[in-house]
Design a binder for this molecule. Structure first.
Ligand SMILES: Cc1cc2nc3c(=O)[nH]c(=O)nc-3n(C[C@H](O)[C@H](O)[C@H](O)COP(=O)(O)OP(=O)(O)OC[C@H]3O[C@@H](n4cnc5c(N)ncnc54)[C@H](O)[C@@H]3O)c2cc1C
Length: 474
């Protein structure tokens, strides 16, 4: 039973909560982080099966465009564990068909043009429709981008006249990889934001994998650092209810085990559906920002891993597939040195859209994924056998960037004096990604520190005033 009052109580031990904890302990504040699950890392968490193999929550890659997560990893001395792959996007299709976009070292945005024009899969006419659409992406004003948040990516794609075959073969796996959503379910803006970033920075779209498990090379070192700096981290600690003071500020958190945890400030780094469960009705009734949160929800996704008795692909990079249910995947036996598996394939797949498969049993899910793999690699899978497999279902994963939602994303500072928010759904440029989580955590910590300083200054000025008014008390 702990009744001590720390400076900050953080709810949620994913990347956002841990990044916030790091910034706060670095600033000298005392921190208590509460994580519901027995392990840290949230959507980047991983755990070992009975054979000692890592089961990952999801296939994670780093983009060259990321910034704050790399600052954090450099500070922790773990950046060198990101292994950058060749700057090429490989699409794998039925019957073994392939196409790729290979980036050349030219000044932006020219670096992507050869990638588009050297591609042999699309016709010149189709490629010209895409080239024309690059103009609004590159030169569109903030107002133009904001307008595109009101429509779906599919509507934008058709409005600017890009070929429909590019929607189904190129952009479908992209939006499914990005947010596990099809082009007709996702706001145009997020796709334009990502495409704009890739066009403006030559290395933004290159991708890197961790050397091994995210627990060994990211989450673990981050949590160790926080602990070494005096931060308390509790797992198996679920927040059940938010207790309020009369002025609507937080008085404490009631935990699932019945105890009350109190701090001076609170930072919630929770998935949006969990935050929505905890938001008190009083806040929702009084403050529009909390009422708007009701419109946010998570996207379902399934991660499937298969260990094979032979090598199916030698490709050491991310792979896309527009045909079927595995829009993005990788052979971790090639990409991830710690997962090397006697030269055999150990593949990890994002299964999306996953809504229709959430009720399926694991065996049926693996069979469905395997039938796609067999169509994409007809030669090498002919006699291949699955040695073992794992299935991880996340009913509400990243937040769903629906059309019209972007302007309702909350800032990290809230109308509640002692509450700060972090997570992909809060305002920052990288949406719900590892970079978005870290960036939101660091922003939330900065907002909290600013308020902490302002209160300290106010207290100091008040004591000065009292000293001047009553010199005998000084
Ligand atoms: C399949 C998949 C693939 C992905 N691929 C990529 C990728 O390639 N690149 C990339 O950049 N990003 C990727 N992402 C996104 C990335 O994982 C997330 O954006 C990021 O990890 C979110 O971190 P977070 O801390 O905001 O949230 P979370 O990781 O969800 O952390 C929130 C934490 O809060 C805890 N919690 C919930 N309720 C309570 C409670 N009541 N009390 C206490 N704790 C609670 C949860 O258990 C969780 O640990 C992927 C996500 C998934 C699911």
């Amino acid at each position: 039973m702990s009744h001590s009052q720390v400076d900050v109580v953080i709810a949620g031990g994913g990347l956002a909560g841990l990044a916030a904890a790091k910034s706060l302990v670095d600033a000298g504040l005392s921190v208590q982080l509460l994580e519901k699950r027995p392990i840290l890392g949230g959507k980047v968490s991983a755990w070992k099966d009975a054979d000692g193999d890592w089961i990952e929550s999801g296939l994670h890659v780093f983009f060259g465009a990321y910034e704050e997560i790399f600052v954090l990893m450099r500070e922790l001395g773990i950046y060198h564990h990101v292994l950058w792959k060749e700057h090429v996007l490989t699409y794998t299709l039925n019957q073994g068909e392939r196409f790729e976009f290979r980036t050349l070292p030219l000044p932006t945005p020219l670096h992507l043009l050869p990638a588009v024009f050297q591609n042999h899969y699309f016709s010149l006419g189709e490629k010209l429709t895409l080239a024309k659409a690059l103009v609004p992406i590159l030169f569109g004003s903030e107002k133009y981008y904001a307008e595109q948040d009101k429509i779906t990516y599919q509507d934008w794609h058709r409005k600017v006249g890009i070929a429909d075959r590019m929607l189904s073969k190129m952009f479908l796996p992209m939006t499914l990889a990005l947010k596990f959503l099809a082009p007709h379910e996702i706001a145009g803006r997020i796709v334009l934001d990502v495409a704009g970033l890739f066009l403006r920075q030559d290395r933004a779209s290159r991708m890197g994998f961790l050397r091994g498990s995210p627990m060994d090379y990211l989450v673990g070192p981050l949590a160790d650092y926080v602990r070494q700096k005096g931060g308390q981290i509790e797992t198996g600690a679920a927040v059940k209810e938010v207790l309020l003071n009369d002025d609507d500020s937080i008085a404490g958190l009631e935990m699932a085990d019945g105890r009350i945890v109190r701090g001076k400030d609170y930072l919630f780094a929770l998935p949006i559906h969990k935050l929505n469960q905890l938001v008190p009705d009083r806040w929702r009734a009084k403050y529009p920002v909390f009422a708007h949160l009701k419109q946010f929800e998570g996207v379902p996704v399934i991660t499937v891993q298969v260990w094979l008795d032979r090598q199916v692909t030698g490709i050491d990079n991310i792979l896309f597939c527009p045909d079927g249910v595995i829009p993005v995947y990788a052979d971790m036996g090639n990409t991830t040195p710690d997962y090397h598996y006697d030269g055999k394939s150990r593949m990890q797949f994002v299964m999306a859209p996953a809504r229709d498969y959430m009720g399926w049993d694991d065996e049926a899910i693996v069979a469905k994924v395997w039938s796609d793999v067999q169509r994409v690699f007809p030669e090498t899978t002919r006699d291949a056998r699955i040695v073992k497999s794992s299935v991880v279902k996340i009913p509400q994963s990243v937040y769903w960037p629906k059309p019209g939602l972007d302007h309702l994303r909350p800032t990290q500072a809230t109308p509640i004096a002692n509450l700060f928010l972090a997570g992909g759904y809060t305002q920052q440029r990288f949406y719900d990604s590892m970079e978005g989580a870290v960036s939101s955590g660091r922003r939330a910590a900065r907002a909290l520190l600013a308020s902490h300083m302002a209160r300290a200054t106010a207290r100091h000025e008040e004591s000065q005033t009292i000293a001047l008014t009553h010199p005998q008390t000084a």
